[in-house]
Design a protein around this ligand. Structure first.
Ligand code: FES
Ligand code: FES
Length: 163
């Protein structure tokens, strides 16, 4: 059988405020593009099947599972990873609140939790506990028992963003 030639495509995307033009295989996953092509290893890969939320990034402000999205889908989009949440060396309120409230243990889920929570607070600066639980349903944590995560998000509530 003749070997298949890998199809590639040039994509242009903005990641954490910086423009990138990349040639990627058409089947390259966004999580791999971010981690291996752009060196943004803050985004973690857990289940690889869209269940755990560890790989969550923001695409045009909305949380998505980057393990399910092809990199070509990010062409022309604005992506924010956990590295883009902090501004000018200062932690975002969500990041600081996770530290203050002990919202993590092993940390595998934390980048996904942080960007998902940031999207929540951008859309709804003062969510109720039930609204937090519902929004964060797609982000799983096997360490904390979730109470500290909810407290962390409640602690960061009240302001839309530090930007
Ligand atoms: S690694 Fe993407 S949802 Fe689990
Ligand atoms: S802190 Fe370990 S999985 Fe959440």
């Amino acid at each position: 059988m003749a070997s298949e030639k890998t199809m590639t495509r040039t994509i242009r995307l903005r990641v954490n405020g910086k423009e990138h033009s990349l040639e990627v295989p058409s089947r390259r996953l966004l999580v791999d593009c971010l981690r291996y092509d752009l060196g943004l290893t803050g985004t973690k890969e857990g289940c690889s099947v869209g269940v755990c939320g560890a790989c969550t990034v923001l695409m045009d402000g909305q949380p998505i599972s980057s393990c399910l999205a092809l990199a070509v889908f990010a062409d022309g989009k604005e992506i924010v990873t956990v590295e883009g949440i902090a501004r000018e060396g200062k932690l975002d309120r969500v990041q600081q609140s996770f530290i203050d409230h002990g919202g993590f243990q092993c940390g595998s889920c934390t980048p996904g939790m942080v960007v998902t929570a940031r999207a929540l607070l951008d859309a709804n600066p003062n969510p109720s506990q039930d609204e937090i639980k519902e929004w964060m349903l797609g982000n799983l944590c096997r360490c904390t028992g979730y109470y500290q995560i909810i407290e962390s998000i409640q602690g960061a509530a009240g302001e839309a963003s530090d930007a």
